[in-house]
Design a binder for this molecule. Sequence first.
Ligand SMILES: Nc1nc2c(c(=O)[nH]1)N[C@H]1C(S)=C(S)[C@@H](COP(=O)(O)O)O[C@H]1N2
Ligand SMILES: [Mo]
Length: 537
Amino acid sequence: MDTKQPSPRVTARISAGLLSTGIALSVGHAIAGLVAPGSSPFLAVADSVVDRAPSAVREATIDALGTADKPALLISLAVILAILGVVVGLVERPRRPVGSVIIAALGAVGTLAAVARPTAGPLWALPTLVGTVLAVVALRLMIGALYPSRGAVDHVEAKSDSAAGDRSDEVAPAGSPGPDRRRFLILAGSAVAVIAAAGATGVALTRRAADALAERTGLQLPRVLNRNAAAPVPGGVVPDAPGVTQFITPNEEFYRIDTALRVPALTTADWRLRIHGMVEQEIELDWDSLTSREFLDRIVTLTCVSNEVGGDLAGNATWTGFPIAELLAEAGPLPEADMLLSTSVDGWTAGTPLEALTDGRDALLAVGMNGGPLPLEHGYPVRQVVPGLYGYVSATKWVVDWEVTRFDQASAYWTDRGWGERGPILTASRIDRPAPLAQLEPGPVVVAGTAWAQQRGIDRVEVQVDDGPWNDATLATEYSIDTWRMWSWTWDAEPGLHTLSVRATDSTGEVQTEKRQAPIPTGATGWHNRTFRVSER
Ligand SMILES: Nc1nc2c(c(=O)[nH]1)N[C@H]1C(S)=C(S)[C@@H](COP(=O)(O)O)O[C@H]1N2
Ligand SMILES: [Mo]
């Protein structure tokens, strides 16, 4: 027995702790590559520290370290985690899993940091949770090999004399079997392999998103000539009352709906649009051939068919784009074609009636949203926007393929799942203020909201209190038939519990139906209502 050697058990235990911590981080990072880069446990914690640091601390750090502040933070975090990894390995015992508890606690911190990020979705908890579970399993296995139970060692001894010989230099407490070194080395080697593979995967997956993000930051949109600018927004498109919905929805508040587990990271250099199918001339566009054209700005309200009555899956933005009709005309659709089947880079499809794309409405192949390039989540670098049609039949994000075809020959993602084929937007109206459950005083209360009927326009909005008569709301200035129209009405509120209902009439004279219908298959119908308690005088 060579007692001069440093006890291998301490180094082995430290290795077990560091390797399991490494598994949590690398596996978390790899899964984050699939979910969203920001959901990586390491990055989520670092970002939260940056956001939560008191601004004095932040400024002092930036003063002292300049642009090295972020790397300095990441290195500090890595050092702290390495120290914790050492502790985890030293305190873990088969029957006293203190190290596992520390890993679980770290996992809880990482998970909370990830789900609390401003753009987080429910899946953002996944990377840290999976990483943490694997880390605990790895730690238990490795520590189990270092402190094997009597039965397990007997088994190994029966199998391999050399393994028993190797163990003779381990310092083991009297009466317990020595560490199973061979088993430990296999486990540690596997852990190293997992960390290497997961780390490489995570870096590769998040780098693509980082590339697209970096490119987007410096991207120049095609310049829009004055004659192609959107009509200016007149005063009075929003009622003069606090808490009303803004006319233009800021990008961060714009609803997001798609099937993408991971936001596609497509750069303008990689982007192509192939136009083919029932056309006279196949065309392939790249970024330069698209953006060398004359682009337009148009304000269009986008709506999701899944929006419940009163829901917020609608948003209004200025879109910078090129008319889809002109691109189609270059390809020359055959007379028997009636559908454009568009496909995104991640394979999602929409089937749009060709008529809606060529009847003169502002159907755009858009590259910009509210003055900047499209955000990655909203289709960077190129998406479609078609006024009057729900998004699922028209608003393909990350679009890369157009097949001109026929409704009786092709079908798209959501129509294959029971949703309507053509997807025209139904008239909708919504009460936005007072807020739900607001406590009101008796007397005049400004009730306000929005209504939309893209391609037709809103001509009238009425409000009803309980079962009383319908009252005409004041319509705010109409911007266009493709945008939502705000309204307000002053209610002389009486004490008690009251329910307000709203209904709109479109420019064809059709009044919104009272009949409640679920969103599937053609969009929700019914009147939106809200109940308020008005206090006693
Ligand atoms: N590639 C792709 N594009 C898509 C979708 C999708 O799942 N994948 N969803 C559509 C639906 S259902 C809607 S309502 C709009 C929403 O666009 P937004 O997320 O920019 O608000 O995008 C449409 N475009
Ligand atoms: Mo949608």
